[in-house]
Structure formats: structure tokens, C-alpha cells
Design a binder for this molecule. Structure first.
Ligand code: GDD
Ligand code: MN
Length: 388
């Protein structure tokens, strides 16, 4: 293992590309993968590159094979051995941290991510100036090999859920890809709290001003060994997507706004004002309260200008929600499906959905936030100091 101190890392820190390969029990694949990567990168890759395997102390001796390869290809191959801790996402973060390259490609060891795509990702970044290049199964020309209907459906569903919950993922066709390139200095490692497998989703969710491109590829069958992905990854994915979603914050703010609405209304009623006046004042105060919290907290726009049009937009989104509420209640009660109260309750849920959908797509949409944040200085992550 390269017991790299910070100095050594800095000295030859100016290479072009690091290919990070996380491994757990990939002895069957890793040797052949390294051979293939070196062959392809020598031919089509940048002048300077390295292959960095991050192994979680695999009992099958994966790291030993990598070290043999390191002697065969001096200066081009390293194995980072983690003796403590396991997990794909943290292994990838470790790899990005220790990468010497200006660009980092992350890929699986099992040939499911074709090595021929690696130089394509690199040259795409160089030629377009992109900060992130996603190898995508869902671009024209891409695909999956040997997947059952069920597996395809699950993948599509996860993709849809990510799109609904995490607005930034709409910039790409395959936010769940495990195969991608990032420019090292746009990843703020101390900012990442990955859960489960989908670290790309989090990087994209948090990299507002990043330029993202995609390259199509076909996800192949595993060469040897077996997958480490189990059912738990589905739960992990859902919790991860929720943690990255403005939906939870939006709901909390909405609840608080409703309480403020009621409080103001009863206060105004006590002054002897008419019911309509009290109600409208309650509604408007709640709405303003929601608006400013959404600006500062839910969507964290940190913007200076443009808030007036967003304020009008938020009134429209909320009106859309209230009209939906009314129509759903009316429809359900007329159809005899619901009582007045259950109808209204269903209406509140539907209205909330409409309000949220409009707010996060139109008022605080990805494009809007992107433009606002585009001026922000890029940060580098340099907090993860320990190493195993
Ligand atoms: N260091 C380390 N630690 N590596 C791990 C661990 C771990 O705990 N678990 C898995 N890996 C390595 C594997 O050895 C392999 O190289 C890579 O991570 C992917 O693991 P697989 O077990 O092959 O995952 P998969 O093929 O089921 O899932 C792949 O496809 C998904 C898309 O459907 C991955 O690329 C996912 O990231 C991707 O989302
Ligand atoms: Mn795999």
C-alpha cells in the first residue's frame, strides 16, 4: 500500500487522470481489468494517468493481485487497502481523496463498465469543459445486457423516484450510474453524506453549478465473481434520495405556515374584524412566511435578485394547490366516494402535491437555481485526513 503522506501526494499531483476502482472480492476480475485499462489508456488515454484500486481488505486477496500489477506497470497502479470499514460509497470517496489526477473516473472491477469507455469519458470532459461526465445506459446507443424485465423495471423506477425527489438529477439520463468521471476539484468530499451505493446522485444533487455531459454505454454481464448489491440497497437508495430532497423541508415549512395562518386568523378575529378579512390575512401571512423560508432553507437559493417574480410565482403555485384542493374535495363528494372531511383531506394532499410540484419545478427550478449559483466559487474537499 502506498503509505502516501501528504507531501508525496502533492509532488506528483499533476497527473491528468485517475481511474478509481472500488473492490471487494474481485480477485477473479481485477488483474484482467488492470491489463485492459493499461492497454487502452496507453493507446487512447492522456499522457499521465493511474489506476487506483480501493480494496476493503478482501479475503480473496484482491489487493495482492493489484500489487503484483503495480510492479508490472510501475507508477501506473496503486492499491489502497482499507483495513477498517466497508462500503462502496465511502471507498469511492477515499479513492477520490487519494487520486492524483485532475480528473477521476469511477468504475466497477467486474467488466460491467466497459474499459473502452474510460478514454471517451476523459476526452468528452476535455473537449467540452464538463465537470462531470456520466456514462449512461439510458442515452441513445446505450443499454443493458442480460437484465430481466424485473431488474429493468426496478432501475427505471429508481430513476423516476430520483427525478421526482432530487431536482438536479433531471440534468442527466442516468443519475444512478456507478460509472462516471468528475473533475476532482468540484467534489467537496466533506459535504457528502452518502448512504448505500449511489454516490453519483449525491454529487450531482450538490454540484449546482457543475457542467454535466453524458456518454452512452452498455452495461454488461458480470465477468466473474458475484454482485454485492442486495435488497438493502433499495432501502438505502430511498433514504438517500429523501435526504437529498427538498420535499421533506417543503412539508415542514408548509405545516408551520398552516399554524401561522390559523394563529393570525384567530388574532385578527379577536379584534372584531370580519371573517373574510381575518381569513385572507391568515392565508397571506402564512404564504409569505412559507415563501421566505423556502428561499432561505428549503431551496437555499441564496440569491439577491429575482425574488419578486418568485414571490408572484409562489402565489400562483399556492393558488394552484388550493384550487386542486377544492376540486378534489368537490369531485370526491359529488361522486359519493368521500364525506366532506375525508374529501377535504384528500384535497389537501393533492393540493400540497400540486403546490410542491409547481414550486420546485417552476419557482425554484433547477435552471433558476443553477443560474443563481453559477457565480459561486468552486470548493475543494480536503477534510478527510486519515487513511488506513
Ligand atoms: N471497496 C469496496 N467496498 N468495494 C465494493 C464494496 C465495498 O463494500 N461493495 C462493492 N464493491 C465494489 C465491487 O467489487 C465492484 O467492483 C463495484 O464495487 C460494484 O459492486 P457490484 O456488487 O458489482 O455492484 P452491482 O453490479 O450490483 O451494481 C453496479 O451497478 C449499479 C447500476 O445498476 C454498481 O456500479 C452500482 O454503483 C450501480 O448503481
Ligand atoms: Mn457489478
Amino acid at each position: 500500500m502506498p503509505q502516501a503522506g501528504g507531501d508525496e501526494r502533492l509532488e506528483d499531483n499533476n497527473i491528468e487522470l485517475t481511474v478509481v476502482v472500488p473492490t471487494y472480492n474481485e480477485a477473479e476480475n481485477i488483474g484482467a481489468l488492470i491489463d485492459r485499462l493499461i492497454e487502452i489508456l496507453d493507446r487512447e488515454g492522456p499522457q499521465t494517468y493511474e489506476v487506483l484500486v480501493v480494496d476493503d481488505n478482501s479475503p480473496d486477496g484482491t489487493c495482492l493481485i493489484v500489487r503484483e500489477k503495480a510492479m508490472e506497470y510501475p507508477g501506473k497502479v496503486r492499491c489502497l487497502l482499507r483495513r477498517r470499514g466497508r462500503g462502496l460509497a465511502t471507498a469511492i470517496m477515499r479513492g477520490i481523496y487519494w487520486a492524483r489526477g485532475r480528473y477521476v473516473v469511477v468504475m466497477d472491477a467486474d467488466f460491467q463498465h466497459p474499459p473502452e469507455i474510460v478514454p471517451k469519458l476523459y476526452w468528452k470532459a476535455v473537449s467540452t469543459g464538463a465537470d462531470i461526465v456520466v456514462a449512461s445506459r439510458y442515452r441513445p446507443g446505450g443499454g443493458v445486457e442480460g437484465w430481466s424485465r424485473m431488474r429493468k423495471l426496478m432501475s427505471k423506477t429508481a430513476n423516476l423516484i430520483a427525478r421526482i425527489l432530487v431536482p438536479n438529477t433531471r440534468k442527466v439520463t442516468d443519475p444512478m450510474s456507478g460509472f462516471f468521471l468528475v473533475r476532482k476539484d468540484i467534489v467537496n468530499l466533506s459535504d457528502l453524506r452518502p448512504r448505500g451505493y449511489k454516490i453519483l446522485m449525491e454529487i450531482i444533487a450538490k454540484a449546482y453549478s457543475a457542467r454535466i455531459e453524458e456518454v452512452a454505454y452498455t452495461f454488461r454481464n458480470r465477468a466473474g465473481g458475484k454482485s454485492k448489491l442486495g435488497l438493502k440497497t433499495i432501502v438505502d437508495f430511498l433514504l438517500h434520495a429523501l435526504s437529498l430532497s427538498p420535499l421533506v423541508k417543503f412539508s415542514l415549512v408548509g405545516l408551520l405556515g398552516a399554524l401561522i395562518n390559523l394563529g393570525v386568523m384567530s388574532g385578527v378575529l379577536m379584534t372584531g374584524a370580519p371573517l373574510d378579512v381575518a381569513s385572507i390575512l391568515g392565508i397571506e401571512t402564512g404564504l409569505l412566511f412559507n415563501f421566505f423560508l423556502h428561499e432561505a432553507w428549503t431551496f437555499q437559493t441564496k440569491m439577491k435578485g429575482g425574488w419578486k417574480s418568485r414571490l408572484i410565482g409562489y402565489h400562483l403555485a399556492s393558488s394552484g394547490g388550493m384550487i386542486t384542493n377544492y376540486l378534489v374535495m368537490k369531485g370526491l363528494t359529488l361522486a359519493g366516494i368521500a364525506t366532506a372531511l375525508t374529501g377535504q383531506a384528500a384535497g389537501i394532499i393533492a393540493g400540497f402535491g400540486v403546490n410542491y410540484a409547481l414550486s420546485q419545478s417552476k419557482v425554484w427550478g433547477v435552471d433558476v437555481i443553477e443560474r443563481i449559483k453559477a457565480g459561486e466559487i468552486r470548493k475543494t474537499g480536503r477534510t478527510d485526513k486519515e487513511m488506513h
